[in-house]
Design a protein around this ligand. Structure first.
Ligand SMILES: N[C@@H](CCC(=O)N[C@@H](CS)C(=O)NCC(=O)O)C(=O)O
Length: 212
């Protein structure tokens, strides 16, 4: 049995959920909250989520990119997240890093700053994070070209990363009509059944998200 430890409004949890939903992979979800946090820290002292436990192999996998590769290897389904061609696989892994490092994590800096106590806010760090997200929009817009998904016509690991990263980032660092390919790509991701399911399930909890 697979167990996913995560949180319903966490962007990285969404990334792993998209991969699980793509192939209808059975799993149970454990929400990390005040009641479960101590148990989770005992399992994974770094405290970052999501994490995947597989009781069949006794594996405990962290880092969403590794969780998705694990699913692709151990629980393959119709959606293959790592392309078979090694050059295409490299591109999928590369764009996965761009969405995580330059958009998702930067966007989190902008959002987390809103709930920091007065006196510990970091306006310089927030402005730098916004600048990095805008720079990433430039490269993603260029990369998309006529592609349906970020590395071509197939939905890959990198699109699992892109969906929550762009969904949250565009609410915090708007596209301002400058990135029409990203806007259209995000619409394609939103209409993908796996991501549509994540959004419909989590919508009742969106009010927990620290908005402007
Ligand atoms: N590189 C990690 C990032 C995971 C991450 O930053 N998760 C956030 C939740 S969306 C988190 O754990 N935040 C709490 C913390 O960093 O302590 C991954 O891909 O899994």
């Amino acid at each position: 049995m697979l167990t996913l430890y995560g949180h319903p409004i966490s962007s990285y949890t969404w990334k792993a959920l998209i991969a699980l939903y793509e192939n209808d992979t059975p799993f149970e979800a454990v929400t990390i909250d005040q009641d479960t946090y101590a148990d989770f820290i005992a399992l994974w002292p770094l405290g970052q989520f999501p994490a995947l436990r597989d009781s069949a192999s006794n594996a405990f996998v962290t880092e969403t990119s590794c969780i998705i590769e694990y699913l692709d290897t151990r629980y393959p389904g119709p959606s293959r997240f790592i392309p078979r061609d090694s050059a295409e696989a490299l591109e999928a892994r590369r764009w996965d890093r761009v969405f995580d490092n330059n958009i998702n994590t930067m966007m989190s800096k902008v959002v987390v700053d809103r709930i920091r106590p007065e006196g510990s806010k970091d306006p310089y760090g927030v402005e730098d994070a916004r600048r990095r997200v805008r720079a990433a929009y430039e490269v993603v817009e260029r990369q998309l070209g006529a592609n349906t998904f970020i590395v071509g016509e197939a939905f890959t690991l990198a699109d699992c990363a892109a969906a929550p990263a762009l969904w949250y980032a565009t609410r915090n660092v708007p596209l301002e009509n400058k990135f029409p390919r990203i806007a259209a790509y995000l619409e394609r991701l939103i209409s993908r059944p796996s991501f549509d399911r994540v959004l419909r399930e989590k919508e009742p909890l969106f009010h927990l998200y620290p908005g402007d």
